[in-house]
Design a protein around this ligand. Sequence first.
Ligand code: NAD
Ligand code: LMR
Length: 325
Amino acid sequence: MKAPVRVAVTGAAGQIGYALLFRIASGEMLGKDQPVILQLLDLPQAQDALKGVMMELQDCAFPLLAGMTASDDPEVAFKDIQVAILVGARPRSKGMERSDLLAANAEIFTVQGRALNKVADRNVKVLVVGNPANTNAYIAMKSAPDLNPRNFTAMLRLDHNRALSQVAEKTGKAVADIRKLCVWGNHSPTMYADYRYATINGENVKDLINDQEWNANVFLPTVGKRGAAIIEARGLSSAASAANAAIDHIHDWWLGTNGEWVTMGIPSDGSYGIPEGTMFGFPVTCANGEYEIVKGLEIDEFSQKYINITLDELEQEKAGVAHLL
Ligand code: NAD
Ligand code: LMR
């Protein structure tokens, strides 16, 4: 039996937490032979609800669940963790400007970044889900100077999966057969979902679709505004699909992608003209617990225009929190 891996989940009593924890405990994230210990963090007022979730986890009698703890203190919840999924964040409420939200979350992710710096395993893999995910991940990374910046990532996988499904529907082909799709930039409506390099059973998706109007006026807005469409329809933001994307992100980072492309929000190494350190969605492949940016792709004029828009937005978010770091 392998030694258990310590996994922290923040916002564990929330709706994404409820869709996420049971799948981690059943082995869907780190493998069916990998025991886990769940270290759950939520606010003091959510501790009762969190206890209820833990009772349910217990009642599942998962063979791979080797232990669990609950806390409202990040330094307790993050002790020795090897994986951190940071879901808990302040949602935008009535009358709140985007800059207010950035400031409220900057505080949460500064505190949590510092706690990771202090008590987490030195190779901890961090995924930020809570919005604005890219900038929150950037703040946590900047607040943890003793940890490798590469270990801080933001979730663009939901956007990647949404794009896969839209392409599958348009082409009438199976999601499982689509390769080499990616989403560039920010997890926000400015993201740029890109199927120029995608293939289905060896055929080029761009040729199969052959409809630039659909790309610009249907595909990009549909993927970019999918989060808002779900809030409109459900009255609540996406939860099961977000949890599923978090599982996919960590699964692939931990276990590898066998050469396939996936999208991760990662600190730029300067590739494609994205300033170093900017937390940006890139096509990556994963192997041996590391990700690598897919290099050398040609960026045409249309793509560059969209990449510039999403980069500008991220730079503005970064500037909005600079004084807090
Ligand atoms: P939710 O309100 O149901 O749950 C959030 C939980 O976080 C609550 O239990 C709350 O008590 C807790 N929390 C708040 N501040 C905390 C803190 N400082 N420390 C620990 N816990 C804290 O929300 P949800 O639907 O689970 O969504 C959570 C976040 O994920 C939101 O910011 C949402 O916008 C974001 N989200 C991101 C994506 C993505 O693709 N990146 C997708 C969906 C949702
Ligand atoms: C999503 O993409 O579903 C989430 O980020 C929720 C939102 O506010 O769009």
